[in-house]
Design a protein around this ligand. Structure first.
Ligand code: BGC
Length: 335
C-alpha cells in the first residue's frame, strides 16, 4: 500500500510538471536579481552548541563544502541572538566573532548566506522587549556586514506570530529603516505574520520603492502529516498520517499558485524559507522524501527559491551519527 502511494505520488508529480499552468513564474523585477541567487538552500546551525562553545559544535566547516558539493547554493544561518546580549542589548563579542566565522566560512565554501534572526517565540511572548532587542540586533549587525558581498542577505525575523502580528508591519518598516541606513541595496528577507503563513501575504505591507526584498513564507502543510509526533505542537500524540495522494499534491500546487499570483501582482521574488516533515515520529522515510520532493519541485516550478528545514538536529538531511547525507531526503531535494 505504502509502495503504491509512493508510485502514485511520483506519477502525479510528473503530470504536474507537464501542466502549463504550473510553469508560470512570478515576474522578478530587474533590481531583485541579487535576491534570486538564493535558489536551493538548507537551514543550518540554529540548534548547535557552536554558539556557546565551538569546541562542542556538531556542525563543522567541512559540512559547508559538503552542502556546496551536494548542489545547494546557500545556507539560511539560523541565529538566536537575544541570549547573547548584555543588559544594554550589546551583542557579546565572542558571539559576533562566531557569527563572522560562520558567514566567512560559508562564503569561502562558495555559498550564499541568509542571516536569519530566529527569536520568534521570545518576540511573541514579550513584544515590548522584542521591540527593543530586535532593532538593537539590526543596529549592530547591519553596519558590521555593510561591505559584505551581495550573496549575504538579512532576514529580519523568523515567523512573527501571535502578539506580534498586529504590530509586525510597523516593526518591519522600522527594522528595514535601520538596515537601509548602512545597507541600501542588500537583499532583505521578510515574511508575513502567523508563522510566515502564505495566507497572510495580502496583509504584508512593504515599502513600494524597496525592490531588494525577498518575500518569504514557510510551508508545513498538511501540518498533521509534517508535525505528527512533534513535542512542540498539539500533534504530539499523532502517528500514522500519510502523504502522497493526488489530493495532497494538488493542494500544494494550489497553495503555491496562490503565492505566485501574489508575487506577480506585487512584483516580488519569493523564498520558501522552511519546509520538511518531522523525522522522529516513525513516518516512513520514503514518505518524508516524497513530501520534500513534492514541495521543492513545486516551489521551483513556481519560481521560488527554497531552504529545507534543516541540516541537522531534527527533520535532518545530514546524519551526524552516520557522518553522511540522509540520502533519500537529499535525493528528493536535489534529484
Ligand atoms: C523552529 C523549529 C521547528 C521548525 C518546525 C522552526 O522555525 O525554529 O524549532 O522545529 O520551525 O516546526
Amino acid at each position: 500500500m505504502a509502495r503504491f502511494r509512493w508510485i502514485a505520488a511520483v506519477a502525479a508529480l510528473i503530470v504536474s510538471a507537464c501542466t502549463p499552468l504550473a510553469l508560470e513564474r512570478p515576474a522578478a523585477s530587474a533590481t531583485a536579481v541579487s535576491a534570486m541567487q538564493f535558489k536551493r538552500g538548507v537551514n543550518v546551525l540554529g540548534y548547535d552548541p557552536y554558539w556557546t562553545d565551538p569546541s562542542k559544535a556538531r556542525f563543522q566547516w567541512r559540512h559547508l563544502a559538503e552542502i556546496k558539493r551536494a548542489g545547494f547554493d546557500h545556507v539560511r544561518l539560523v541565529v538566536f541572538a537575544f541570549k547573547f546580549m548584555d543588559a544594554q542589548n550589546r551583542l557579546d563579542t565572542k558571539w559576533l566573532e562566531r557569527l563572522d566565522a560562520a558567514v566567512r566560512e560559508a562564503q569561502a565554501a562558495g555559498l550564499g548566506v541568509i542571516v536569519d534572526e530566529h527569536d520568534f517565540d521570545t518576540c511573541a511572548k514579550d513584544v515590548p522587549a522584542c521591540r527593543v532587542k530586535l532593532p538593537a540586533f539590526w543596529r549592530q549587525i547591519a553596519p558590521r556586514y555593510a561591505s559584505a558581498p551581495d550573496s549575504i542577505a538579512f532576514e529580519l525575523l523568523n515567523e512573527p506570530h501571535k502578539a506580534l502580528d498586529p504590530v509586525w508591519n510597523d516593526m518591519l518598516a522600522e527594522l528595514l529603516g535601520i538596515v537601509r541606513q548602512s545597507n541600501p541595496t542588500r537583499t532583505v528577507v521578510v515574511g508575513p505574520t502567523s508563522w510566515n503563513s502564505f495566507h497572510n501575504l495580502p496583509t504584508l505591507r512593504l515599502p513600494e520603492g524597496d525592490r531588494n526584498l525577498l518575500v518569504t513564507f514557510h510551508y508545513y502543510d498538511p501540518f498533521r502529516f509534517t508535525h505528527q509526533g512533534a513535542s512542540w505542537t498539539d500533534m504530539v500524540g499523532l502517528r500514522g498520517v500519510t502523504f502522497g495522494s493526488e489530493a495532497d499534491l494538488a493542494q500544494i500546487r494550489k497553495d503555491f499558485d496562490e503565492v505566485a499570483a501574489w508575487a506577480r501582482a506585487n512584483n516580488r521574488p519569493i523564498l520558501l524559507g522552511e519546509f520538511g516533515a518531522y523525522d522522529k515520529s516513525g513516518t516512513p522515510i520514503e514518505m518524508r522524501a516524497a513530501y520534500a520532493n513534492a514541495v521543492a519541485r513545486e516551489a521551483e516550478l513556481h519560481g521560488f527559491g527554497w531552504d529545507y528545514w534543516q541540516f541537522d538536529s531534527d527533520f535532518i538531511v545530514w546524519d551526524m551519527q552516520k557522518n553522511g547525507w540522509n540520502e533519500p531526503i537529499l535525493k528528493a531535494l536535489i534529484p
